[in-house]
Write a protein that binds this ligand. Structure first.
Ligand code: C2E
Ligand code: CA
Ligand code: CA
Ligand code: CA
Length: 282
């Protein structure tokens, strides 16, 4: 029984190295990071709640700063967006992620790789061409690439062109995911128009939802909406056994969070996966 086996699962609780400062980075800093290829992709597993199988991984970028240590994306993504650097940034992240996906696929690890896409990336058709070419050149099936877009960005004012680009990518069989669901005020009717494959319930409504009625109500409603629209529902921010049990009891499809694994460097991923699978398949 998976739930009993996972009674013994002890996640690696070591944390990302402390950030040593509160420095505010500017456009020139980010430009330099891009020029010197200091951005490094980490990968956080997404697992099936029913079987424990590892279905995929989300790409989460970190800046390996030569002096300041490891910088998390909340400190530079928005600045990149505001300074016209997000296209370069996303291109670098995508190139790394697709090369990694190819390497894993060649080894038989046919993971779905999730990549965070900013609304600014969807402003012109160039992005579509870039992604399609990259995936074709590397011989990857597009359905193994999941483009994650946040619900709040999607509900912005002028989303006509971005939605068209997403729809074209969907027609080319890429998978689309609606991220941070529950924070962006979309409605069932709006969601019906967009061909998403996956809905990610925001971590703010997952952790402790089994103990808090308000969180639980939002979690339940999000799960129901995703299911009703035929999407795979992923719960983010699964931090402890209570969170995991809630997903199991309510029939959520997939789980992602520190209870399963923190985001990993690619070299650490296969080792983690072996350990996890030994645990869930004994
Ligand atoms: P997100 O897409 O919602 O990613 C999930 C975030 O939750 C990640 O933060 C992840 O490290 C964190 N997380 C994972 N498990 C747990 C858990 O159990 N508990 C808690 N409290 N948090 C958990 P991270 O890596 O700091 O990234 C923050 C945000 O930055 C991401 O949120 C995403 O919106 C953005 N981001 C990350 N990489 C990229 C990228 O390559 N491009 C763009 N445009 N945005 C990115
Ligand atoms: Ca995401
Ligand atoms: Ca999210
Ligand atoms: Ca988030």
């Amino acid at each position: 029984k998976l739930s009993e086996i996972l009674q013994q699962w002890e996640p690696d609780s070591s944390v990302t190295p402390q950030q040593p400062n509160n420095k505010i980075y500017n456009a020139a800093d980010i430009q330099s990071a891009l020029a010197h290829h200091e951005l490094v992709n980490y990968y956080q597993p997404k697992v099936s709640v029913e079987t424990g199988d590892v279905i995929g991984a989300e790409t989460l970028v970190r800046w390996h700063h030569p002096k300041d240590g490891i910088i998390l994306p909340d400190r530079f993504i928005r600045i990149a967006e505001e300074n016209n650097l997000i296209n370069d940034l996303t291109h670098q992240v995508l190139q790394q992620a697709i090369a990694q996906a190819k390497q894993w696929h060649e080894k038989g690890l046919t993971l779905r790789i999730g990549i965070n896409v900013s609304m600014d990336n969807l402003a012109s058709l160039d992005f579509q061409d870039f992604v399609v070419n990259l995936v074709t050149e590397n011989g990857l099936p597009p359905q193994k690439i999941v483009l994650e877009v946040t619900e709040s960005q999607l509900m912005g004012i002028d989303t006509r062109i971005p939605l068209e680009i997403l729809t074209r990518l969907r027609l080319k069989r890429f998978h689309l995911s609606i991220d941070d669901f529950g924070t962006g005020h979309s409605s069932l009717s709006q969601l019906r128009d967009i061909p998403f494959n996956e809905l990610k319930i925001d971590q703010g409504f997952v952790h402790r939802a089994s103990e808090d009625d308000t969180l639980r109500a939002i979690y339940d409603a999000s799960l129901a909406m995703g299911k009703q629209l035929g999407m795979d529902v992923v719960a983010e921010g699964v931090e402890d056994r209570n969170d995991w049990e809630l997903l199991r009891q309510t029939g959520c499809d997939m789980a992602q969070g520190n209870f399963i694994s923190k985001p990993l460097l690619p070299d650490d991923f296969p080792r983690w996966m072996e350990e996890w699978q030994n645990k869930v398949h004994t």
